[in-house]
Design a protein around this ligand. Structure first.
Ligand SMILES: [Zn+2]
Length: 203
């Protein structure tokens, strides 16, 4: 879990503020990240591709995280904030890979394994908006983000799988969902709401 303590960067959807002095910091402390156990620092799963970096995830929260997107719905349709939700951000804070998104005959959607509140994989790159947020990708290079509203899960009889068995090898690990609306958010719209996060140079 992370707690922001100060922010001196504009354009993140966060106020410019600081309570760093309350923590004995001369002003540079951005926030605190806590982990319940050492194992949680890096979540190592028996299935290597499901291993994830809780550390990277929590540090991104200190920079504002998913709140940059005006729409962030979870897979169950709830709105909790902080993560990319059911969107094409495909980053440490969630979202699917847009290359994997398919529309089924019944109008529901299917994408490769993802979570709306944080995605797994240690070797995944940061999402475009995550890089923009950290100041290492200029706004001009951030593509539109596909977002969904009115999300609900496709029910199945299986307790784990969200997709019906369509005979494909990956149906158990893919993620299926329904949505009332599919739209996209451009970086111009994000800047109109939050102001521009200035580019600070290559990573
Ligand atoms: Zn989180």
């Amino acid at each position: 879990m992370s707690v922001q303590i100060s922010n001196d960067v504009g354009g993140l959807g966060q106020p410019i503020w600081s309570s760093a002095s309350c923590y004995g910091s001369a002003g540079r402390l951005r926030g605190l990240v806590t982990f319940p156990t050492m194992d949680n620092f890096m979540h190592v799963d028996p299935v290597p591709s499901l291993t994830s970096s809780s550390f990277t995830h929590e540090v991104l929260h200190l920079w504002g995280g998913g709140n940059l997107l005006p729409i962030q719905e979870e897979l169950n349709g709830s709105v909790t904030g902080g993560h990319w939700g059911v969107s094409s951000e495909d980053g440490y804070l969630g979202g699917f890979s847009s290359d994997s998104l398919k529309v089924a005959a019944d109008g529901s959607y299917k994408a490769d394994l993802f979570w709306s509140n944080g995605s797994v994989g240690l070797e995944r790159p940061l999402g475009f908006l995550e890089k923009y947020m950290m100041g290492v990708l200029p706004a001009s290079e951030v593509p539109d983000t596909t977002v969904f509203r009115g999300v609900s899960q496709v029910s199945t009889n299986d307790s784990f799988a969200t997709c019906p068995d369509d005979g494909s090898w990956s149906w158990e690990f893919d993620v299926c969902f329904r949505a009332e609306e599919r739209t996209s958010v451009s970086i111009e719209e994000i800047i109109e709401i939050n102001g521009e996060r200035l580019y600070e140079g290559a990573a």
